[in-house]
Design a protein around this ligand. Structure first.
Ligand code: SAH
Length: 463
C-alpha cells in the first residue's frame, strides 16, 4: 500500500523540512501489524515526492485478533495489506506527527503556507456508491478528485468492477490540513470493521478534525463512518462538535429515527413471514440464510413448528444465532426441535429435502446474479418445500431513504436489488419452470408509484 505526496512548491525540497524527513534518508517505523517506510522517490528544486509505504503483515493481524472471524480464510486472504485503511492513518500519525501538529523546527514560517500538493493513493476500498462518497468527502475541502475504479479481474471483464479505486487528490493547502484530512477521511471509506473504537477515538477525531470537520457538509456521515457506525459514539461526537447547535442534534436524532424505522421494518418483515408460515400449516420449516437467527427465535416460540432448521453460509452468523437462541441453555426436548447448519444455497443439499415450508428472508440479493439459477434449482427443484416465503428489497423504494446516496444499495453486500416488476418477472419464471404458484405482498407501508420498502412472494407447490 503506497501513498505519495508530491509538491511543486519552489523549492520543492522544503517538503523535507515540513515533514521532518530528510530527503536522503530511508526511514522505517514499527506498527502494531507491520512496518511503515518513508522515502523520497524524487527530489529536486522543482518537484519532490514523499512516499509512505505500508507493509502490513496479515498474520500479525490474526494474532492480534484484528480481523473479523466470519470467514475463516479471511484471516489469510484479505485486502488489508493492499488498501488504505485505518492502518494508513496510524502510519501517517506516527511518521508525520510534528507536521500534523503544525510544527516545523527549521522553517516555522512554512507551516502557514499553502502549498500545491498532489496525493496519490494506490488503492482505496470504498463502499457501494463509493465514487459519490469520495467526492462528497474531499471536494468540499477544495480537492480536485481523480478516481480510477479497478475491475475485479481484467482477464474476466464479465465479473465487473471491484470496490477498489486509485485515488488522486490535488489541492493548494497547508501541510497539516492535508495530513489531517487524510487521517480522518481514509478510514471512513473503508467498511471493514477490523479496528477497535472506543471513546478515545472521539478525541482523536475531534482533534484531527479541528478547523474543518465542523463546517464540513457531510460531517455527520464522516463522524459515523469514522466511528464505524457505532451510533452511541457518533452521537457523543456530534454533540461535542456541535456544542449547543441544537438543530444538529435534532438532525442526528432524526438519523437515528431512520435507523429505527429500518429496524422496525425488519421486524415487520419477520412477523409477516412468521404469519405466512403459520398460515401455510407447516410444521417442519427451513430458514435459509438465517443470519443471526432473528426469525428462528420467533419460530421456536410457536408450538406449531416441530422441526426448525436454520442454514447459513456464514459460520460466524450461525454462532451468533446459537448464542442468541440460548441454545446451550435449552432443554434437550427444545434442542431436538432446532438444528443449525452451514451450507450454501447455490449447491444442491439433501439436508434441505422433505420440509413443509422455507423462509428466504432478504437473502437472494446477496447472491451473485449468475448464481441465481443454481439457487432456483436447489430450492424449487431439489428441496421442493410445499411453501416458500421469500422477501427482497424493493429497489424503487430506495429514493425514500434520505441517507442513501444515489446509486447506492441498501447494504454493502447486496449484489442486486429489484424493482417490483423485476421481482415479479423472476417469480413468474419460477412458476413456469417448476410446479409452483405465486402470490405477491408488499412489506411495509406502500407509497404511491414506488411501492413498499420490501416485497414478498409466497410460492406454493402444485399447480
Ligand atoms: N434472513 C436473515 C438474514 C438476512 S442477511 C434475516 O432476515 O435476518 C443475508 C444472509 O444470507 C446472511 O446471513 C448471509 O450469510 C446469508 N447468505 C448469503 N449468501 C448465502 C448462500 N449462498 N447460502 C446461504 N446463505 C447465504
Amino acid at each position: 500500500m503506497l501513498l505519495n505526496i508530491t509538491t511543486t512548491h519552489k523549492p520543492a525540497t522544503d517538503l523535507g523540512y515540513l515533514m521532518h524527513k530528510h530527503p536522503d534518508k530511508f526511514q522505517s517505523f514499527e506498527l502494531s501489524v507491520g512496518e511503515a517506510h518513508v522515502f523520497y522517490p524524487e527530489v529536486s528544486e522543482d518537484k519532490a515526492t514523499l512516499s509512505l509505504l505500508l507493509d502490513i503483515d496479515p498474520i500479525e493481524m490474526v494474532r492480534g485478533g484484528r480481523h473479523d472471524n466470519n470467514f475463516a480464510l479471511g484471516h489469510y486472504v484479505n485486502d488489508r495489506p493492499y488498501v488504505a485503511s485505518s492502518f494508513m492513518s496510524v502510519a501517517l500519525a506516527k511518521a508525520f506527527s510534528s507536521a500534523m501538529n503544525g510544527k516545523c523546527k527549521d522553517k516555522p514560517e512554512l507551516v502557514e503556507v499553502k502549498l500545491p500538493y498532489e496525493v496519490s493513493i494506490s488503492v482505496v476500498p470504498a463502499p457501494r456508491g463509493g465514487e459519490v462518497m469520495i467526492r462528497k468527502f474531499f471536494e468540499p475541502l477544495g480537492y480536485e478528485v481523480d478516481l480510477m475504479r479497478h475491475e475485479l479481474d481484467p482477464k474476466f471483464p464479465e465479473w465487473g468492477e471491484s470496490k477498489y479505486y486509485t485515488l488522486k487528490l490535488k489541492n493548494v493547502i497547508k501541510t497539516r490540513d492535508l495530513l489531517s484530512h487524510l487521517y480522518v477521511l481514509l478510514p471512513t471509506l473503508d467498511s471493514d470493521k477490523h479496528y477497535f473504537v472506543n471513546k478515545e477515538e472521539i478525541d482523536k477525531l475531534l482533534q484531527k478534525g479541528e478547523g474543518w470537520l465542523k463546517q464540513h457538509p457531510e460531517r455527520e456521515l464522516i463522524i459515523k463512518r469514522y466511528l464505524l457506525n457505532f451510533n452511541y459514539l457518533a452521537k457523543q461526537a456530534i454533540e461535542r462538535i456541535s456544542e449547543g447547535e441544537t438543530e444538529e442534534v435534532i438532525e442526528e436524532l432524526e438519523t437515528n429515527e431512520v435507523k429505527e424505522k429500518k429496524e422496525s421494518m425488519h421486524e415487520k418483515r419477520l412477523n409477516l413471514t412468521l404469519e405466512k408460515l403459520v398460515a401455510s400449516g407447516a410444521e417442519r420449516v427451513l430458514d435459509l440464510g438465517c443470519g443471526e437467527g432473528r426469525l428462528l427465535r420467533k419460530l421456536i416460540k410457536n408450538k406449531q413448528f416441530t422441526e426448525i432448521v436454520g442454514m447459513d453460509v456464514s459460520y460466524g452468523e450461525l454462532l451468533k444465532a446459537k448464542e442468541r437462541l440460548y441454545y446451550d441453555d435449552m432443554s434437550p426436548k427444545q434442542q431436538e426441535r432446532i438444528k443449525l447448519f452451514q451450507g450454501s444455497l447455490t449447491y444442491k443439499d439433501a439436508r434441505l429435502e422433505g420440509f413443509d415450508a422455507a423462509a428466504v428472508v432478504e437473502v437472494i440479493e446477496h447472491l451473485d446474479l449468475n448464481r441465481l439459477r443454481a439457487f432456483e434449482r436447489v430450492l424449487f427443484e431439489c428441496a421442493q418445500p410445499k411453501t416458500v416465503v421469500l422477501t427482497t428489497p424493493n429497489k424503487e423504494y430506495n429514493v425514500m431513504w434520505e441517507q442513501l446516496p444515489a446509486e447506492e444499495m441498501r447494504h454493502n453486500d447486496h449484489r442486486f436489488e429489484w424493482t417490483r416488476q423485476e421481482f415479479m418477472d423472476w417469480a413468474q419464471s419460477i412458476t413456469e419452470k417448476y410446479q409452483y404458484t405465486v402470490v405477491f405482498l408488499p412489506v411495509g407501508e406502500e407509497v404511491e408509484n414506488i411501492g413498499a420498502p420490501s416485497q414478498m412472494a409466497i410460492f406454493t407447490y402444485g399447480n
